[in-house]
Design a protein around this ligand. Structure first.
Ligand code: SF4
Ligand code: SF4
Length: 94
């Protein structure tokens, strides 16, 4: 049976350089007021990080699932959009 990681490896991603489709509205809020940093544990693509007291987001490889936007319900600090046409994830194996 094919593992999830192997399926994900089959996907292809086209980066829209300098135009990330997800942005953090106020990183200071993440760094200083959010006590869960839930986005860092819920993202299946590992786009979010919290290290040395700072939030990090790299949208390359984002699966466009929208979980980070939903999980940040307390602060609504995720500005989420689909990538422009022709960019983003190209799914294989459904
Ligand atoms: S859950 Fe929201 S407020 Fe908390 S670190 Fe993530 S984006 Fe920032
Ligand atoms: S939309 Fe999904 S895959 Fe993309 S950054 Fe948010 S949680 Fe991660």
């Amino acid at each position: 049976m094919i593992k999830v990681e192997e399926k994900l490896y089959q996907n292809r991603y086209r980066v829209d350089a300098d135009r990330p489709h997800i942005r953090i509205r106020n990183p200071e809020l993440c760094n200083e007021q959010c006590d869960t940093h839930a986005c860092t544990v819920c993202c299946p693509a590992g786009c979010w990080s919290f290290e040395d007291g700072k939030i990090g987001l790299i949208t390359d490889g984002c699966l466009e699932c929208g979980t980070c936007r939903v999980i940040c319900d307390k602060f609504a600090n995720v500005d989420w959009n689909y990538p422009r046409a022709g960019f983003g994830i190209l799914f294989k194996f459904g």
